[in-house]
Design a protein. Sequence first.
Length: 66
Amino acid sequence: MTDQNASHRTERPSVGVHFKCCNVYSKIYVNHSGTVYAGHCPRCAALLEIPIVNEGGSSSQFFSGS
Ligand SMILES: [Zn+2]
């Protein structure tokens, strides 16, 4: 992946998360630099960030936020 010109549209990776603060499920998306998944709780707007670690895991990870 050598994307010097990232002007084309690509679907951003996302993960489903459980926001424990409000007991709701939502999706959050990878950030610009591709280092973390970041998103806000749909109810209370709490920020959740999940570092992306390369463990050769699947793309269908499921996280639980606090
Ligand atoms: Zn919340």
